[in-house]
Design a protein. Sequence first.
Length: 430
Amino acid sequence: MATKYQSLRGTKDILPEDSRTWRYVEGKISDIFARFGYQEIRTPIFEMTELFVRSIGASTDIVNKEMYTFPDKKGRSLTLRPEGTAPVVRAYIQNQLYQKDEVLKLYYKGPFFRYERPQAGRERQFHQFGVEVLGASSPAIDAEIIYLGCFILKSLGLDNAKLLLGSVGCSDCRPAYEKLIVSTLKESTSKLCDDCQKRYKTNPLRMLDCKNEDCKKQLKKIPSFAGSLCDDCKKYLNETEELLKLLEVSYTISPHLVRGLDYYTRTTFEFVYSGLGAQSTVIGGGRYNNLIKEFGGPSVSACGFAGGMERLISVLKNEGKIPSLSDGLDVFIAQIPANTETAGKGDECFKTAFKLLQEIRCFKISADMDYRNGSLKSQFRKANKLKASYVIVIGEDEIKKGIVKLKDMKTGNEENIKLDEATSKLKEKF
Ligand code: HAM
């Protein structure tokens, strides 16, 4: 049957078979975040538009082309969150979290929204897991955050991600680098795409993130940022590298890693997977030392990353790293005769089964039954489909004797047990 309504382009249903994988991956990631001392934060799905314009940057693709922005009933401009850093910074300042802890380690996960052209690994509603460490500037934080990204990928069985590391300097050294970009491309501006021609005038650094092939050819001429860093930024990068080496994290220095958001200062990094096609970045992040102050908060720095769930799961599937995740049921209750029409009308079999079912569930044992009027054979079919470990059979004869039949579905062994001892017997098994 075809439905009249379809999910919107760039959005996907996560069906039960897939949600098992999602739960597995999310569970592993949340455990690792906790192990590294992070606490969860949940921010609203929508915020004031200005929050994103001012943090991500007015000349970025996200703000220019990709935001889901709409007026509310009072005419205020709201936006579905395209990323998590700005909302976390907003919450950090609004709730004065800086008073609770000098260095706060937060993590988040959930849906994000960008109006991009959908393709493999690029959705309009996608899901991120991310961390932000707010309140301190130390290469040890950058190194630990990068190590954490590495740790997550390795724990899920992925060890061939390429880590790209860069630095976008600070407000002291960036202007000189921007001048260098402008002078390097002076003769070739006509070969740049329309967007880059604008960026050339308004935000030259942003050109380095352009995905247009013709632009990429021109951008190769631009020297690496590393050569233009001021002494402090150079030292910071060297110290971060030293710590990464200490932790045996291999990386490649990327000459132009500016990423798609304007708030970065100093460290930028990405974990990329070659098998993913055009959308190869699984995790991306960096340091942002000015954002908290610019938003009216204390003068403290921060660093973080976010990973894409859809891309991560796709890599895990490609690499065969999803273990077989059986969501099997512990106990299935079958009844003879199976007659739900008489349920509640004195059918002893149904009533006994129905009551026992709820009792079993109270002991954290997963249990279910068939609510249709199926034959015993069809009930066993259903038990198999649900991958039940045990089936309890309740029939009129059994009720008269005060017993039920317990079948071990793995071994095929059957035993009669007393009805009033059924739950305690099951408790021993789980
Ligand atoms: P981002 O690189 O824009 O960074 O996004 C992080 C990750 O989200 C990407 O590496 C990718 O895996 C995933 N992602 C982004 N857009 C899409 C999409 N349309 N469809 C599927 N997956 C997508 C940030 O969002 C920063 N807030 C990261 C950060 C945190 N920096 C510092 N702290």
